[in-house]
Design a protein around this ligand. Sequence first.
Ligand code: SF4
Ligand code: SF4
Length: 351
Amino acid sequence: MPHRTIRTLLAKLAGPALPLRETAAQKLRLALQLIFLALILAIGFEFRNFVSSILEGGALSRRPPGVDGFLPISALMNLRLFAFSGELHRAHPAGLFILLAIIAMSFVIGKSFCGWLCPFGLISELLYKARKLASPSLKPPPAWLDYTLGALKYIILAFFVYIIFFAMDAAAVKAFLDGDYNKISDVKMYYFFARITPLAAFITALLFLLSFFVPYFWCRFLCPYGALLGLVSLASPVKIKRDAGACVSCGLCAAACPQAIAVDKAASVLSDECTACALCLDICPAPGALELRVMGTGLKIKTRLLPFLAAFIFCLITGLAMLSGNWRGEVSDDDYRRLTVDCDTLDHPRW
Ligand code: SF4
Ligand code: SF4
């Protein structure tokens, strides 16, 4: 493919045609998404080496604590334990700090984790743009179907919240966190991907396919993390405000919104689906019509500051956990050697 054609294709995939002076935030956003994806791949690679060293029987290689971010149930259990007793469980503590970091990001700048860091968000966005490229007249699902399917992620979130915060008592939560299943849950998660079953592979492929035809299928309808962050984001004091006096009703903001939010009609964007991607803000041609404001103050936030703010909050909370010695898990090498052998037969504890 000629160099020029590749550049044109990449430019189209990078987003709608934005005024040149306004694209800095989107370039930074893409850079941040790619850096985070690279970080996750590096963690996955290092964890693979760790599991290999267990199976080889020699000295264990370094285990990357960031892998705890893939254990959301363990993190929620740890949150429950910490909230009710002040105790931080030491098996996979990094998972709790990663959870707190992305909740804090959502409170400060909406669902910015989904729009600025999450690799599933990035994959969904690329699939969405590829679909728009293939068929520009992409229509979102009808509102009734969107609302019905959108409830699914809240049902999944409610199930976990009910089990962890209401059905289980403190002793059951502690027993789960102390148990062998939790200790080895990182290896079990790794095996889920490394030894993926045909059924799991089929479901994963189906989700990719659905995300191609229905924008952000996983994020909008199934991701319980997204549901939690969407609820937190509603309480955020930072909101996108539209000044009807300055707005020229061009509709570009609504057309650019990947979440199909009617930004051009709203006085203020109050949606649990807004990922703070800033596309609407960047594309708006009318000065002062659409701005990111801190409610109750006169403060405006430039879109190009968003990636720095998102990265700062994430690094601050995870960095504090590292500096205070609360980042690394304390599952012993002997436990990893003992439990990895029986990993496949170790079942989820009942409560
Ligand atoms: S409302 Fe704006 S910031 Fe929110 S998802 Fe839509 S385009 Fe992105
Ligand atoms: S892009 Fe700006 S001017 Fe156009 S409808 Fe949206 S807020 Fe109004």
